[in-house]
Design a protein around this ligand. Structure first.
Ligand code: AMP
Ligand code: GLY
Length: 431
């Protein structure tokens, strides 16, 4: 098959790496890709939201399967565009249409969906700018910390957790009246604070059946011990030690099954990934959010643990032929460390030459924000690389990841040195 991956991050490099291993993969393209994906696939310089050009390219190159990485293209309707064109609608695509992508694109929609379908989640109320006074009154009735969520896509910045009601009032005014996140904060949810341990569960679904992929834990804050501002993700680990068989069974029964049944009942066709952000509260799962795509950097630990031909799973998803049987998982632990540019998640410089990539012996180096510049690979984003190590234990996976990280250098690099540490403590407290 000729396969096109859409996106340019570490997630898409990891997708390319896994897809390339399949015997079904003939030509592999990534639009637009990065310096890493160019070593295993052909990069195509087309923007992820330029559907006209993507469609023309897909026709020119006889593309059989498209895997959509980022949410923006899904929420803007890449599937709807391809389905509406008789010369494109035979191409298989993994990624939901606009109606399904609302699970991620509108937090108000996804909250109502959860409530309608009896899926455990935090209680929430939604307010628009004309209801600011009602929002203040509601805030006075709840115990801080207060969780405020912009309804729309806000590049991962739309959730604010305020320690006091007074601060929350100020933030919600900025969101609603001053449009802090543009149209994304035209509606804001005030949500119950869920106090637990977070993890992410990934499902591939064709709208009827589903396949559960390995779960992962993401490290969102920039600073060690989970301090400082949120980022796209500074590292990830899979499997997650506290997601034991009993907990995962609850996730399947209380969250996954009602989610897929809800999509079907509400006539929302869905062929793609569902990324379920969960809080484990005393062994019970509560949904924090849905995403309509895979996670980044979670993909960089999930895919190395899948012991199956990934293209077969992608095709079954896109054709509506999934069978709900477990996806074989490798027993090994995978851990990824994200190396970022100094200043991220605020402003940062680009164009720094990356040294030592060829000195990495056994780690998987997934590129995120990189590009080729002559013979050099240079930084081209905030998150630059995701370096994955694997091993029989978390200690081994961590040692492998950090050994590879230590070989790589550029001017102003930063990474967290404590990825996985909390899980090691958890593991030792269980044993
Ligand atoms: P999101 O942008 O939806 O991924 O949310 C960002 C982060 O905010 C999540 O990963 C959680 O750590 C946190 N968060 C979101 N909703 C809640 C909640 N209801 N209670 C506690 N933390 C939350
Ligand atoms: N790492 C979180 C995300 O991909 O949304």
């Amino acid at each position: 098959m000729n396969i096109l991956i859409i996106g340019s991050g570490g997630r898409e490099h990891a997708l390319a790496w896994k897809i390339k291993q399949s015997t079904h993969c003939n030509q592999l393209y990534v639009a637009p890709g990065n310096a890493g994906s160019s070593t295993i696939a052909q990069n195509v310089s087309i923007d992820v939201e330029d559907f006209n050009q993507l469609g023309q390219f897909a026709k020119d190159k006889d593309i059989d399967l498209i895997v959509v990485g980022p949410e923006g293209a899904l929420v803007k309707g890449i599937r709807d565009y391809f389905e509406a064109d008789p010369t494109l609608n035979k191409i298989l695509m993994v990624g939901p249409g606009k109606s399904g992508a609302r699970l991620e694109g509108s937090k108000d929609f996804s909250k109502q969906f959860m409530v309608r379908n009896g899926i455990p989640t935090g209680k929430a109320e939604t307010f628009v700018a004309s209801q600011l006074n009602e929002a203040y009154t509601y805030l006075d009735s709840i115990q801080p910390p207060v969780v405020l969520k912009a309804d729309g896509l806000a590049a991962g910045k739309g959730v604010v957790i305020s320690p006091t009601v007074a601060e929350a009032k100020n933030v919600i005014r900025e969101m609603l009246e001053e449009k802090k996140f543009g149209e994304a904060s035209a509606k804001v949810l005030i949500e119950e604070f869920l106090d637990g341990i977070e993890l992410s569960v990934f499902v591939m679904t064709d709208g009827k059946n589903y396949a559960i992929l390995p779960e992962a834990k993401d490290y969102k804050r920039i600073g060690e011990k989970d301090t400082g501002p949120n980022t796209g993700g500074m590292g990830a680990v899979s499997p997650v030690v506290f997601a034991d068989a009993v907990f995962m069974k609850k996730v399947e029964e209380k969250v996954i099954k009602p989610t897929i049944a809800g999509l079907s009942k509400e006539n929302i066709p869905y062929k793609g990934f569902v990324f379920i952000g969960l809080m484990n509260i005393n062994g019970e799962p509560f949904v924090i959010e849905y995403n309509a795509r895979m996670g980044d950097p979670e993909t960089q630990v999930v895919l190395p643990r899948i012991d199956a031909d990934f293209v077969e799973l992608l095709v079954a998803t896109a054709k509506g032929e999934l069978t709900s049987k477990p996806v074989p998982q490798k027993k090994e632990v995978a851990m990824t460390v994200v190396m970022v540019a100094e200043g991220y998640p605020g402003g940062y410089e680009k164009g720094k030459v990356i040294d030592g990539l060829s000195k990495v012996e056994d780690g998987l180096v997934f590129h995120a924000g990189t590009k080729s510049n002559g013979n050099d690979v240079v930084t081209n984003g905030g998150r630059v690389l995701a370096v994955t190590g694997t091993g029989a234990t978390l200690d081994e996976a961590s040692a492998a990841a950090y050994k590879s990280v230590s070989r790589i250098q550029w001017d102003g690099l930063y990474f967290r040195k404590d990825i996985g540490e909390d899980l090691k403590k958890w593991a030792s407290s269980l044993s």
